[in-house]
Write a protein that binds this ligand. Structure first.
Ligand code: B16
Ligand code: MG
Length: 217
């Protein structure tokens, strides 16, 4: 029986995935690198420096570590400008009802976000206290697709990974969930998340019949 849900943040609970894309695209344009939405799929769930490396590789651009750190900081400043305007209205539909249902069913919840800005985004959304555990990506050694952040959440909740459902919008995140030994619920397009056990278009698609099915697996 399932005992916990472990959620990704960007692209699952709110649309910050779009803000990450806009900020990376701005940086890529500045560097003269073509960067499409399709390219951006590879960056989702990948940490800041890892994402920058992928963009530089795409444009065959080589830079010193110092320059990379400056560019990553610049991207983060642009991203934070977009986050500044966020409010509880930016929480995706269906998130609060889902958490009410999970709480009522005695299911634990955790947040497994690769973002170093996750605490700020939770605050903007008005949900800093919604989770039983929030992983701090500053203490995660290996980013997604490594399973470390999902395993850290399961351990903190005291629940075996096989009894957890991981919820992710990113291919790297789904890989991490499967490597952790959890059930992977993908959010988005089935084509992009082929490794997931089930793909639904949005959290709002988790209605009562689907939740009952997931909890009794
Ligand atoms: P930051 P998630 C991830 O968050 C994003 O999907 C990814 O695009 C971003 O590069 C990463 O966080 C790091 O974010 O620059 O804010 O530390 O999807 O794991 O919630
Ligand atoms: Mg995500």
């Amino acid at each position: 029986m399932i005992q916990a849900f472990v959620f990704d943040l960007d692209g699952v609970l709110t649309d910050t995935a779009e803000y990450h894309f806009l900020a990376w695209q701005q940086l890529a344009t500045q560097l003269g690198i073509d960067f499409s939405r399709e390219d951006n799929e590879l960056l989702k769930g990948v940490d800041r420096m890892g994402s920058l490396e992928l963009i530089l590789k795409l444009g065959k651009v080589q830079l010193s570590q110092d320059e990379k750190l400056k560019l990553a900081a610049q991207k983060n400043t642009d991203y934070l400008k977009l986050v500044e305007s966020m409010s509880p209205a930016d929480l995706f539909p269906g998130v609060l009802p889902l958490f009410s249902s999970l709480k009522a069913a005695g299911i634990k919840t955790a947040l497994a976000s690769a973002s170093k800005n996750a605490a700020l985004v939770l605050q903007k959304l008005g949900i800093p206290d919604l989770f039983d555990y929030v992983a701090d990506s500053n203490f995660i050694q290996n980013g997604k697709p490594d399973p470390e952040i999902f395993l850290t959440c399961a351990k903190a909740l005291g629940i075996a990974p096989e009894r957890c459902i991981g919820v992710e919008d990113a291919p790297a995140g789904v890989t991490a969930i499967k490597a952790a030994g959890m059930y992977a619920l993908g959010i988005g397009e089935a084509r992009a998340l082929a490794q997931a056990d089930l793909v639904i278009p949005a959290v709002s698609a988790i209605n009562q019949p689907l939740l009952t099915r997931l909890l009794t697996m």
